[in-house]
Design a protein around this ligand. Structure first.
Ligand SMILES: [Zn+2]
Length: 421
């Protein structure tokens, strides 16, 4: 594998020859086209190669927009068990965590993910803001990031808890209690440069199954607290991602008007209809559920054995209601070095999405969630030149997205498994 950043590429005209370019809007392949890239953006899609352009011939590969993962954790490296989590917060030096995050963003980019929304640092403060900015500056390579800093949760609701009270221990979240303190905390988050407010709405995944086959657990907040967080974020132009894994958590999140429901293990049909009506997207993170369920059954109880079954119903309810599904993996919850985020495509298809809709979830839908429509997520004149190429037919078999052969970001080639001219 060759990986390089080529800043000069942004200044030079590039012509990409491709047998097939996937138009994610129409779901059709455009054949034998030339993509002209200038200044890091797509200038034209046509038939002619500009004079003096550098030509990249991708042969019979399929060219697609760069992928978007709308739920990641670059600053953690697998939290399969409680000791995994505590080790990273209590024993790893902050710089060690940052260096491993630098590796994580490089892995993601090489897998074809040119944009990500990173939803909480798990005790690493605002290091995600710093990494986002270092990528923007070109200091390191990685996906363009939108970040959330600390996620918010009230006292006693999120680890690390129950350690000796006369010592101070780090927490995985930013703690706030009461509507006024919640508003101040949102303001502080935004003052440090986060793009999103992430909030843990319920404890999860939940302690009890309901009589009709869903999952419920106690909410973390009063209605007034959650309303304060969401309304304060919205008043300042920020958006809110809600970790909501129980029936109560999902309902409270909808009522408060969040932009996205994360995980959403337990979404009844009526809640799904309301999500669709209000334009709230679901980011189901199926890869993480699949990875975490078996060990968590052993560690945290049999409810984890129900999660995958209930989540399948919830995704079906959302699809039936027309809820938009945004591609999100929870990478970092599982180790970046062990599982490719593109696994999520196979899980989405197994949960009822067509291959095209699974691809749309990681392109046009995720771009819309991130407020980047027209910038990324589709190959159009004027969009950023974020492209990938794969061998095979992703509209027939999404597993070919596990082997991305070519990655371009902002017009710079960051991965190319074959020699180009
Ligand atoms: Zn997560």
């Amino acid at each position: 594998m060759t990986t390089e950043i080529s800043p000069s590429d942004s200044d030079r005209s590039i012509a990409i020859r491709a047998a097939r370019i996937l138009d994610v809007h129409t779901g059709r392949y455009e054949t034998n086209q030339v993509l002209v890239i200038e200044g890091g953006r797509v200038k034209a899609i046509g038939n002619s190669v500009p004079p003096d352009a550098r030509v990249i011939d991708l042969g019979d590969r399929v060219v697609m927009p760069g992928l978007i993962d709308a739920h990641t954790h670059i600053l953690i490296q697998g939290t399969l068990t409680i000791p995994d989590f505590e080790h990273q917060l209590l024993e790893e030096y902050p710089a060690h965590r940052v260096v491993r995050a630098v590796r994580a963003v490089r892995i993601a980019l090489e897998h074809g993910f040119t944009t990500m929304r990173d939803l909480e640092t798990e005790g690493a403060g605002y290091d995600d803001v710093a990494i986002r900015d270092a990528i923007r500056e070109g200091v390191i390579v990685g996906p363009r990031l939108q970040v959330s800093g600390w996620a918010l949760s009230p006292t006693g609701s999120y680890p690390i808890t129950h350690f000796r009270p006369d010592w101070q221990f780090p927490s995985g979240v930013g703690i706030c209690d009461g509507p006024d303190e919640c508003r101040v905390t949102v303001r502080r988050q935004l003052s440090y440069g986060v793009d999103w407010i992430k909030v843990y709405v319920n404890r999860g995944p939940g302690e009890r199954p309901t009589s009709d086959g869903y999952i419920d657990s106690a909410p973390n907040w009063t209605r007034e607290e959650l309303d304060a967080i969401v309304s304060e974020a919205h008043a300042r132009g920020a958006r809110v991602a809600a970790h909501a894994t129980s029936d109560t958590g999902v309902r409270m999140s909808i009522d408060a008007g969040v932009e996205s429901i994360e995980h959403g293990y337990s979404i009844r049909p009526e809640a799904a209809r309301e999500m669709a009506d209000r334009g709230i997207v679901l980011c189901p993170t199926l890869t993480a559920t699949d990875y975490m369920a078996p060990p968590r059954i052993a560690e945290r109880g049999p409810i984890w054995g129900e999660v995958q079954r209930v989540q399948r119903r919830s995704v079906e309810n959302c699809l039936a209601a027309g809820v938009k599904i945004a591609f999100g993996t929870d990478a970092g919850g599982f180790p970046w070095t062990e599982i490719n985020q593109a696994n999520e495509f196979r899980h989405l298809v197994a949960h009822g999405l067509s291959p095209l809709d699974a691809i749309r979830s990681a392109t046009i839908v995720a771009a819309d969630v991130l407020g980047l429509t027209g910038v990324v997520g589709a190959i159009r004149p004027g969009s950023q030149a974020d492209l990938i190429a794969v061998t095979g037919d992703p509209l027939e078999d999404v597993s070919c997205l596990m082997n991305v052969a070519f990655v371009m970001q902002n017009g710079a080639v960051v991965k190319d498994l074959a020699a180009t001219t």
